[in-house]
Ligand binder design. Structure first.
Ligand code: ANZ
Ligand code: ZN
Length: 821
């Protein structure tokens, strides 16, 4: 008799699957289509344990949907532009493409071994000119719609990577990639106008509720940061050699206008220098130096004592003409709202802390019944009625806010305003290994988008090694022949833009490319996109909760507005898989707790590793590799596989008439698995499957036997359910059962509802005529089973207390009487 060998079956099946083309969607409309996608990998080294987990989860969904009969699109590609390739190239005097495409091949081989059920014919790489041609095409369309623009502004600058960073890439003041403290630098940069879509990005989250993790939606909502309030214009009186001017503030509390006792501008904003009088300029200049070193988090910390300098100017309150001293401080941020505020210390804690530090007045304008903030040091922020506010007096806060706005509008000193925290997306990078920005700068015509028939603008050849090293300007600038072109409009001398795009641009539309990866007329075939989009299930790490997902949603909406895509959201359902830890900690080089995926696969086999990933916990939870047992998984797989050797009936037999108990168990397991899979409780499905394998084994070894149709029915169900988690073993089991390849298309077993309801009766168990226990048993229980159940009863065992048994009288299904020796 053969023994289970994962190495042998891993050799056997890949060619069969490829020959049958089981992972290629028919794409002919004969079946309902569904699209499942894992966030595509970055080609750094070989696959690791994290990939193994994420892709195992996505593959469960793909394989389950195929079993349900859907036409499934499950593609893969590589996010293959980016810094690590460039850094490797500089270090090894090579070209970034060497490193990139070598790693892609390595990963592709590993993915194939790992038996991810993807359609390999749809593979894409974002660094291929056939791909980035369309990234550039989309950029020019964005440009034409006014959604891509260039402006000079202070940007986040990483001194180590020598490139700008989007706000989203600055974490606690440091570069997300290398951890270096980020500084500001004034540069001419390209932006996408994502702020135009702020409202829709927020509103459309309604559609995602219940289908995306709560916390991801919360993070996006917070990132977009919609605040309703008002713009209020204050006149700043002439003083110290400076004339009168007007400054607008953003406030969410126009009802508190009468309580403003001072005015603050962000110290680092140009406005602060504009306003400051000669007398106060040196103090402000010194203070600004101090502020430069602080991150936004530090600036907004409630722990720090407030700091600031007086500008020498006064603002006039448009409500009551009061004069408010204008300060410059770091707790007001330059790039939020208008960078200036009216300070209401009685009702805003930050303002109150500042007022107490600099001995400024505190004036309550809302009676909330709480203690006087001037005395308690605690700003009152609850509900209440207005006081000290002229005509607004007596109004509750909720009515005073619109009333104040109406007043401002009538006066012409302000209006309702909705402010967003979201900033435009800074997309240009001064690096080599990225998509060149398809713009030509002409002295006469200005910015000219590269015409469609001249796309792609491929990266200049001949640059490698040191030539790619960061110098603060793009390495592309050194490729003079490439840079100097003639203007597409006037044919005069012009220069190419030398920046490349943030790699997040590449990944903002790749899911659209997969629907028709070889399409040459556009980024994708609109017909195919109509058929496949949106992605029904997206799987990936929670680290992409903001950036990638927000950008992908933005791109989808723009492409939708261009009339190319009916869908306006890219991913209708999102699953964030947990991390793979070792010893309770993330695997890392410095901790030396890394686990090598290849070694695990060599030792336990692909299926055991996949099954372990899935069985360890719900998909959203972390898996601690120190706590799991791949060898236990391997044993289970061997056990499931052996069922195939012991089923002696022919394939195709009818299951009716088979052992009722086992049939009920099989159908119950399929019914439960269906519901669990719909709710992503993959780990529980595995637990149920283990029970079914045990019950089947028991049936074979006990009276039922391997020829019983119920045994075949159970074993076939085991193979189909197992095919979602352990594709090699399931396929081989299917083969042992005499079925034709492939289990991939076997079809999800149909549940016979009538088998799920089992009539039960209460059987009375007596010892020497005295009732000792009552058992719920099947109405059609056999005498043998009833005897076994009665003797197994704890109450009976206690009564017998070690005595032997003379006779057992069984009247199935209602009575058992045991007579002790
Ligand atoms: C007066 C006021 C009175 C305010 C009051 C609050 C409470 P959110 O909800 O986050 O949008 N603010 C405006 N711009 C700011 C900036 N650049 N830096 C720091 N703070 C700024 O917050 C809006 C409120 O935060 C605004 O409303 C403003 O203070 C402050 F009882 O105006 B408020
Ligand atoms: Zn021109």
């Amino acid at each position: 008799e053969a023994v289970y060998s994962f190495a042998a079956i891993e050799q056997k099946w890949p060619q069969v699957w490829e020959d049958l083309g089981v992972f290629t969607p028919a794409d002919d409309g004969s079946r309902e289509r569904r699209y499942v996608l894992d966030m595509f990998p970055y080609p750094s080294g070989d696959l690791h344990m994290g990939h193994a987990e994420a892709f195992a989860m996505g593959d469960v969904v793909a394989r389950y949907w195929r079993q349900l009969g859907y036409d499934v699109l499950h593609p893969i590609g590589w996010d293959s532009f980016g810094l690590p390739a460039e850094n490797a190239a500089i270090k090894n005097n090579a070209h970034p493409s060497d490193w990139t495409y070598r790693n892609i091949e390595t990963q592709a081989e590993s993915f194939k071994r790992y038996a991810i059920s993807v359609d390999w014919s749809r593979r894409i790489h974002t660094s291929d000119p056939e791909y980035y041609r369309w990234t550039q095409w989309l950029f020019t369309r964005f440009y034409e719609r006014g959604l891509a623009y260039r402006k000079n502004s202070p940007v986040n600058w990483c001194p180590k990577d020598q490139t700008v960073l989007a706000n989203e890439q600055v974490v606690n003041g440091a570069c997300e990639r290398c951890g270096t403290q980020v500084t500001k630098k004034s540069l001419n940069q390209w932006y996408f106008k994502i702020t135009d879509y702020a409202d829709r990005l927020l509103d459309d989250m309604e559609q995602l509720k219940g289908h995306w993790p709560e916390r991801v939606l919360a993070m996006q909502k917070n990132w977009i940061g919609r605040s309703e309030g008002a713009h209020v214009r204050f006149v700043i009186e002439a003083a110290g050699g400076k004339g009168e001017e007007q400054v607008t503030v953003f406030t969410t509390r126009p009802d508190t206008l009468a309580g403003a006792t001072f005015f603050v501008v962000a110290a680092d904003a140009p406005l602060a220098m504009d306003l400051v009088t000669d007398e106060n300029r040196d103090a402000l200049t010194a203070y600004r130096e101090q502020v430069k070193a602080l991150s936004d988090i530090e600036r907004q910390s409630t722990e720090r004592t407030k700091t600031g300098v007086f500008t020498g100017r006064y603002a006039v309150n448009p409500l009551n003409g009061e004069k408010l001293p204008v300060w410059a401080a770091d707790y007001v941020l330059a790039d939020y709202g208008t960078g200036a505020i009216m300070a209401v210390p009685a009702h805003d804690q930050r303002d109150l802390d500042f007022a107490r530090t600099f001995d400024l007045p505190v004036k309550a304008v809302l009676d909330t019944g709480e203690e006087d903030p001037a005395v308690s040091g605690v700003a009152t922020t609850g509900e209440g009625t207005l006081i000290n506010s002229g005509t607004l007096d007596g109004l509750p806060k909720s009515e005073a806010i619109p009333a104040a706005i109406t007043m401002l509008e009538e006066q012409g000193t302000g209006e309702k305003f909705v402010n967003f925290r979201l900033r435009d997306w800074l997309l240009s990078r001064q690096r080599f290994w990225g998509t060149p920005i398809p713009i030509i700068h002409c002295e006469k015509c200005g910015e000219v988008p590269v015409p469609d028939d001249q796309l792609p603008v491929t990266l200049p050849t001949g640059l490698k090694g040191e030539a790619l090293a960061p110098k603060g300007t793009s390495p592309l600038a050194s490729a003079e022949e490439w840079v100097n072109v003639s203007c597409p409009k006037c044919a005069g001398p012009a220069k190419r833009d030398t920046d490349t795009m943030d790699t997040f641009v590449d990944s903002s539309w790749y899911f659209m490319r997969f629907v028709s990866p070889h399409f040459t007329e556009g980024p994708f075939d609109p017909e195919a996109a109509k058929n496949w989009m949106p992605v029904g299930q997206y799987v990936g790490g929670v680290e992409h909760a903001i950036l990638h997902l927000l950008y992908a949603r933005f791109f989808t909406k723009v492409v939708h507005d261009m009339g190319l895509l009916p869908a306006s959201e890219p991913f209708s359902s999102l699953l964030n898989q947990g991390q793979v830890l070792n010893g309770g900690k993330a695997m890392s080089k410095s901790l030396g707790n890394g686990v090598d995926l290849g070694q695990q696969l060599d030792k336990y086999g692909v299926d055991a590793v996949r099954l372990t990933m899935i069985f360890a916990s719900p998909p959203e939870d972390d898996v601690d590799w120190a706590d799991v047992s791949p060898s236990g998984s391997a044993k289970f797989l061997a056990r499931a596989w052996r069922l195939g050797q012991d089923v002696s009936s022919e394939p195709g037999i009818a299951f009716t008439g088979g052992d009722k108990k086992l049939r009920a168990m099989t159908h119950r397991t399929v019914a439960d698995a269906t519901e669990l899979l719909e709710n992503n409780k993959f780990n529980v499905v595995v637990a149920k499957l283990m029970e079914l394998v045990n019950a089947t084994r028991k049936a074979i070894d006990s009276g039922v036997g391997g020829a019983d149709p119920a045994v075949r029915e159970a074993a076939e169900a085991v193979a189909v359910i197992l095919s979602l988690f352990a594709p090699y073993t399931a396929e081989d089991l299917w083969n042992l059962l005499g079925r034709d390849a492939s289990v991939v298309n076997a079809g999800w077993p149909t549940v016979d509802e009538t088998l799920l309801v089992q009539d039960t009766v209460t059987a009375v168990v007596q010892v020497q005529g005295k009732v000792r226990d009552r058992l719920e048993v099947a109405a059609d229980i056999s005498e043998d089973d009833l005897r076994e159940a009665a003797l197994a009863s704890e109450a009976v065992q206690r009564t017998l207390d070690g005595r032997g048994i003379r006779t057992v009288i069984v009247r199935a299904p209602k009575l058992v009487n045991i007579v002790p020796a």
